[in-house]
Design a protein around this ligand. Structure first.
Ligand code: SF4
Length: 331
């Protein structure tokens, strides 16, 4: 018989079997009240989890919520760096995530030691890092950004300010082109967005000539260049709601379609296809899909796996996140 702590150390999550007679959603809601917990969920997790969350959003909205919540515990349904971000912003709260294995290819693409050496090669550059990075990278960063505020944050700097942008090269290239700024890019990528297949997308556009193509800036340049609209996940959602168009091909992680369908039930939404290596016909993040209702229940019940961030790293990372939140007021 393994203890909860042993289960988490060995498997990355609480493996206790949940009785099939339990009404998981009712129990999660009961535990949430009992423990004064709040459930934050990213748009990319399963719809069933989005439906029970207290707040659903993209990285910017979730950070703002994590910083503002009065709850004693945050259950963060997303990926590891998001749980870390919540802990950095709310150090006195307990932050748990359903599965410690829920990582992110972008965060993994920037190991702190290599990034520190890269930064040292560009001493006159300011470091702007996309929020999809580890706490250590945030600690080496001057200002964090998300895809919702990257343009505004870069534009808030003097025009001649040299910038390192990390870790997403596609988002960085997009921001550099839009703002005309001098930016050195770290060469990281999101495995989901770069997997969107140009050939299959071209076929889909032939089949649906009346659909608008809308894309997240983590997609490759060739996808962005042919898109009718490029924005963050929240920006895409707002666009679909406000547009008079009735049909959209959505080039981002397919989880956003859950909220989009709920918001615009009469409109036709088609997920952009991933390559043949993908198990689904759309683009799904394997890390986000590690969040299950059962793991959410166990995380809430056993208050594990818990996120910890060393205080020296947290304090430095807090500064770069705080600057982002300050510059994002009103977004
Ligand atoms: S969708 Fe991409 S950027 Fe987002 S968590 Fe998954 S791998 Fe990371």
């Amino acid at each position: 018989m393994t203890t909860i702590q042993e289960q988490v150390s060995r498997y990355g999550y609480v493996t206790e079997k949940v009785s099939e007679h339990i009404d998981l959603i009712a129990e999660i809601n009961r535990l949430k009240i009992e423990k004064n917990a709040v459930i934050l969920a990213h748009y990319y997790v399963d719809g069933a989890i989005q439906d029970l969350a207290d707040y659903i959003g993209d990285s910017l909205g979730l950070s703002q919520q994590a910083a503002a919540t009065e709850a004693e515990m945050i259950v963060f349904c997303g990926v590891h760096f998001m749980g870390e971000t919540a802990k950095i912003l709310s150090p006195n709260k307990k932050v748990v995530i359903p599965d410690m294995n829920a990582g992110c290819s972008l965060a993994d693409s920037a190991p702190a030691d290599k990034f520190a050496a890269f930064k040292a090669q560009h001493p006159d550059h300011i470091v702007i890092s996309y929020i999809n990075c580890s706490a250590e990278i945030k600690a080496l960063t001057d200002i964090v950004c998300t895809s919702s505020n990257a343009l505004q944050i870069v534009e808030s700097l003097p025009k001649d300010q040299k910038i390192i942008f990390a870790p997403d090269a596609n988002l960085g290239r997009y921001v550099a082109q839009k703002t005309g700024r001098d930016m050195v890019l770290w060469d990281g990528a999101c495995i989901v967005h770069i997997d969107i297949s140009r050939e299959k997308l071209a076929q889909l556009r032939v089949e649906h000539p009346d659909a608008l193509l809308i894309a997240h800036p983590e997609c490759k340049e060739d996808i962005l260049l042919q898109s009718d609209f490029v924005s963050s996940t929240t920006g895409l959602l707002k666009f679909v709601k406000a547009s008079n168009h009735q049909k959209f091909i959505v080039a981002t992680e397919a989880g956003i379609l859950h909220k989009m369908k709920e918001s615009v039930p009469g409109k036709k939404l088609i997920p952009a296809p991933g390559s043949d290596n993908n198990t689904c016909a759309c683009s799904e993040c394997p890390y986000m899909k590690m969040n299950t209702l059962e793991k959410v229940y166990n995380a809430l019940r056993y208050e594990q796996p818990e996120i910890h961030v060393p205080e020296d790293i947290r304090l430095k990372a807090y500064g770069s996140l705080e600057r982002m939140l300050e510059l994002s007021k009103g977004i």
